[in-house]
Design a protein around this ligand. Structure first.
Ligand code: ATP
Length: 364
């Protein structure tokens, strides 16, 4: 019997739809395994802007940090947000920084039967989450983007030894439990100081993991290599912006952005936030056709992460069973949503994952 307090924030666009399907799956696995999971919902994004004049209330962020074991966050329509001074806070940035969720773990795998451009791919990208090019994350005071005059804009990137060391350590730890291969993606031939520092940390950490085979690849070459030989890569570690871009490429190669799960996590505090990799998909919002796999997979990853951190086998099992049920549903084309070439609705997909969960063999 595990006590788990989760905060659900559906957010914008397809968020409420994929959150609905995910919560249904969460309720099913909790009752199957007799977990004690409490779920509280909150408003963030455009709904919060309308109600409270800000896309994210500071109180809610503090509450998430102090009173909850984990967060499930839906996607944001950031392009529709007003400026920060008018209430348009970047919600995921605020959570990543506020809860110090420095590792954005983004798996991508091709599945048998699902049309994809990355056959044999089974990799996971470890993206640094708390610094880099992101202007809301790289300054103590002020913002990392500025306009000295209307025809000139400047952007600053911050890279620190501390953040590079901890994301590399996380990525190497993961590689040690997988196929023992890791690639550092960089552009140190041009960004000699910033990407150079990242590479220096990667090499330092590699000495702690002699069993893991390392590679260092330029980001532009890696974009081509990922398309050419996606099956080769195991763990990929990189800085914030490169990781954001490459993970979309990897997910789309795997078949659809709708398959792209992720967590944002801190190995030291055990804090974790589940969040689909994609955006709010305004083109399909409100139609009940979005693929909820991304958020269901993120939820499964969150359960496994917290289970591992707490040494709680029932939570780890809940995560694994959710993944197995989801994979079984995806293996049958009759269960596919529109993005995969099928016609199943978002909530029907959720119900089918619940049905698959109930058919899994009883536990040891
Ligand atoms: P952002 O900049 O926040 O990533 P975006 O609008 O540029 O957002 P997405 O919202 O990720 O990008 O959408 C990109 C494409 O992928 C759209 O055509 C969208 O419909 C599709 N897409 C994204 N998520 C899903 C999903 N869960 N199911 C089906 N299609 C999706």
């Amino acid at each position: 019997m595990s006590d788990l307090n989760l905060l659900c924030l559906p957010c914008d666009g397809i968020g409420p739809e994929i959150m609905g399907a995910s919560v249904e799956v969460l309720n099913a696995i909790s009752s199957l395994l007799d977990l004690s999971v409490s779920i509280e919902s909150g408003f963030v994004g455009l709904e919060s802007l309308q109600r409270y004049g800000t896309t994210l209330q500071e109180d809610l962020l503090l509450k998430a940090r102090d009173e909850f074991d984990g967060v499930i966050l839906g996607p944001m329509s950031t392009m529709e947000y007003p400026s920060v001074s008018e209430g348009g806070r970047n919600i995921s940035g605020a959570f990543r920084l506020g809860l110090d969720l420095y590792a954005n773990v983004r798996p991508a795998k091709s599945r048998q039967g699902i049309r994809n451009k990355g056959p044999g791919m089974d990799l996971v990208i470890y993206r640094e989450n708390t610094e880099g090019f992101y202007p809301d994350r790289n300054m103590y005071q002020g913002c990392g983007e500025m306009m000295p005059d209307p025809d000139m804009a400047i952007s600053v990137r911050k890279i620190t030894r501390r953040c590079c060391m901890r994301i590399c350590r996380q990525a190497f730890s993961a590689a040690a439990t997988r196929r023992k291969r890791i690639a550092a993606i960089h552009k140190a031939n041009v960004f000699r100081m910033t990407d150079g520092l990242f590479l220096e940390c990667f090499r330092d950490v590699s000495r702690e993991f002699p069993e893991v085979k390392t590679e260092e690849i330029l980001i532009d070459a890696f974009a081509a290599l990922l398309v050419r030989q996606p099956e080769v890569y195991d763990v990929v570690v990189t800085t914030n912006f490169y990781g954001d871009t490459l993970s979309d490429l990897a997910s789309e190669l795997s078949g659809s952005l709708g398959l792209a799960g992720s967590i944002n996590a801190n190995a030291e505090t055990g804090r974790c936030m589940a969040q689909a990799q994609h955006g709010s998909a305004p083109d399909i919002a409100g139609k009940n056709i979005a693929n909820p796999t991304s958020l269901i997979w993120s939820l499964a990853m969150l359960l496994k992460w917290i289970g591992e951190h707490r040494c709680d086998p029932s939570l780890s099992l809940a995560g694994s069973m959710t993944e197995i049920a989801m994979d079984r549903v995806l293996a049958n084309p009759e269960n596919w949503t529109k993005d995969l070439g099928g016609d199943i609705s978002t909530d029907e997909f959720g119900r089918r994952v619940v049905a698959a969960l109930r058919q899994l063999p009883k536990l040891p």
